[in-house]
Design a protein around this ligand. Sequence first.
Ligand code: GLA
Length: 394
Amino acid sequence: WERFRCNVDCRTDPRNCISEKLFFEMADRLAEDGWRELGYKYLSIDDCWSAKKRDAAGRLVPDPERFPSGIKALADYVHAKGLKLGIYGDLGTFTCGGYPGTTLDHVKQDAQTFAEWGVDLLKLDGCYSSGEEQAKGYPAMARALNATGRPIVYSCSWPAYQGGLPPKVNYTLLAEICNMWRNYDDIQDSWNSVLSIVDWFFTNQDVLQPAAGPGHWNDPDMLIIGNFGLSYEQSRSQMALWTVMAAPLLMSTDLRTISPSAKEILQNRLMIHINQDPLGIQGRRIVKEKSNIEVFLRPLSQAASALVFFSRRTDMPFRYTTSLTKLGFSAGAVYEVQDVYSGKIISGLKTEDNFSVIINPSGVVMWYLRPTLLPVQPLHARQQGLGEGFHPVL
Ligand code: GLA
């Protein structure tokens, strides 16, 4: 959505308009350029794919000019490439872009249609519906999707329409209904937009962080890396911060023309490994310095963790000195540290050792830490529950 929006003018802009051609081409890129193997498997259609009217039987139909082969054919194509297909709907009278919505009386029918087409993910938006309708409709769609018997990832925009916070949003209930959910504003192609999202998610981390876990994730919206609004440093920051948030990594960019440097950020193997950590614990901001440096920590399986040192400064690279003790790690452990972007390894870092990182303006330094020696006392609480020994990765 963020990159291609509701461009339906295929006459003047055939290459970028929302059409099956765009999705066929992106499927080829996902399959051929190394994305699929890294886990970028879902190719998701957003708004403006459908015709302006349902058919005579009341079914949603794709726009016949822009999707002449139909969604089923697109799903077949995508599946043959080892990918999955996502589609967009809206609980309400219209989608946000003004296309037919799924009113309560159409929930079952639309779930059935999507399943018949072979859809693997549904993003259900919430434009043009009331709070009451949403409270009925989102759980109803969950039941309807389950009743189709087809596994379909269910992405809900429900909390975003309710302000994203309790008491209006019940995250315990949401986690039972939806696999992921948008809680906040749409991302735009700018660093300001990324910062406003980061601010909201970490200001509200006490509420949001515990809500996430395997099968039920907060969705801070799409990665805009590869587009026009972010510098190189800012792109690396978005990737690192979304990984700390355990966010679903949904790219919204043109994979046909993406630059090598943007591709390298999005295809960082260790980053993706951290993002996809099986414990699925969302990270938190643990330090906010007066110097405008912030530190984020995400606990990972096998007593590992990820640290992100983020600079909001606008002057020059900043040398930040701290220690793992100061960052709340228990004494007595020794770590092997890998810099996620440079790949450099620091061995034998003790909890009490002072160390420095140099963080560029609006950039990050990101560390992956694995204990080579565990403390006699258990690690700090956030890192417990880890039984087995750790194994080398990558
Ligand atoms: C809303 C959603 C966006 C996108 C558009 C489509 O604004 O939050 O992510 O799906 O609708 O119209």
